[in-house]
Design a protein around this ligand. Structure first.
Ligand code: SAH
Length: 290
């Protein structure tokens, strides 16, 4: 593979900081697959899918660096120290993180610790849950007819609280589409904050948990009802939450739902093509999906 695609040599003593995408191994980049095949040590987070770890070479040391079973997660400094120690012992170290390492993933902090320690590294971006995860639910984060901007927001500060440093009013009033990461715990509070900024309580919201894995679940709700509907559906993290009109496109673009359930897709999900087209009987299933 390396020769064929001109991929870089994984040098001993280097750390590759790589994104594993939201779950589906098919969303890995060639760089990450190559890194998995070559690494002597793979340091991975809780959100990295087992099917992806199975791509590591059989002799690779697998080091878990996430939170599991309610146990506290290793401190960030400990993880960075472990990366440095493994690299200094001459290993090829693949630091594998869910999604994209530079999107709410502390990849920057780890890379800076490597810089400080004089360790060579490479960054391999990944498909982030806020775009790729939503695409698996049939939601484009931008669409010409609905939004010319999108804002990615974390619903969780370092201390586990609703982030305080955010200008909720500016985001609520200025961003037609908002994508929330790590927001399940405080969803009720966050939704109220946005309603208080003037957003429509009936605005469409989609919650997508375990996106792109066999356990993917999608809930369509509204800003006012989101928290109670999530609780009623017993949906749990990891989940991305999308607020805005793009959610309405799902009735036309839920390709995965069409594949798995044979559901008909609506060719006019925003209802813009006039009467008739959106009549149930006239709905067309998109070709080439099955
Ligand atoms: N670096 C990651 C984000 C890490 S923060 C990325 O780029 O995707 C962890 C949050 O990411 C979760 O709380 C959730 O909001 C989101 N997330 C990660 N994987 C997900 C998945 N498969 N489905 C839904 N949300 C996911």
């Amino acid at each position: 593979m390396r020769q064929r695609f001109g991929l870089p040599v994984f040098e001993a003593g280097w750390v590759w900081l790589a994104g594993a995408g939201p779950g589906d191994p098919g969303l890995l980049t060639l760089h990450t697959v190559h890194g998995l095949a070559e690494a002597d040590a793979v340091v991975y987070d809780a959100l990295v899918d087992d099917r992806i770890l199975a791509l590591a070479k059989p002799t690779a040391e697998l080091v878990f660096a996430g939170k599991r079973g309610g146990k506290p997660s290793p401190k960030q400094r400990d993880i960075s120290d472990r990366l440095i120690e493994l690299a200094r012992s001459g290993k090829r170290v693949l630091r594998l993180k869910g999604g994209d390492p530079f999107v709410f993933g502390r990849g920057g902090e780890e890379a800076l610790a490597l810089v400080e320690a004089g360790i060579h590294f490479r960054v391999i971006p990944g498909v982030t849950a806020g775009t790729g995860g939503l695409a698996y639910a049939g939601i484009p984060v931008t669409h010409r007819d609905t939004n010319q901007a999108v804002t990615f927001v974390t619903g969780h500060s370092a201390a586990g609280e609703v982030p305080e440093g955010l200008d909720w009013e500016a985001i609520g009033q200025g961003s037609p589409v908002i994508v929330l990461y790590m927001a399940m715990k405080h969803l009720g509070i966050i939704a109220s904050k946005f309603i208080a900024t003037g957003r429509n309580p009936d605005e469409p919201v989609a919650v997508v948990s375990n996106a792109s894995t066999p356990d993917q679940k999608v809930l369509e709700t509204t800003l006012a009802k989101a928290a109670q509907d999530v609780a009623a559906a017993e949906m749990a993290a990891p989940a991305v939450i999308c607020i805005g009109d793009v959610v309405r496109l799902r009735s036309g673009l839920d390709w995965l739902g069409a594949l798995t359930s044979g559901r008909m897709l609506d060719p006019d999900p925003l209802g813009e093509k006039g009467s008739g087209a959106e009549q149930d009987g006239e709905r067309q299933q998109r070709p080439n999906l099955a």
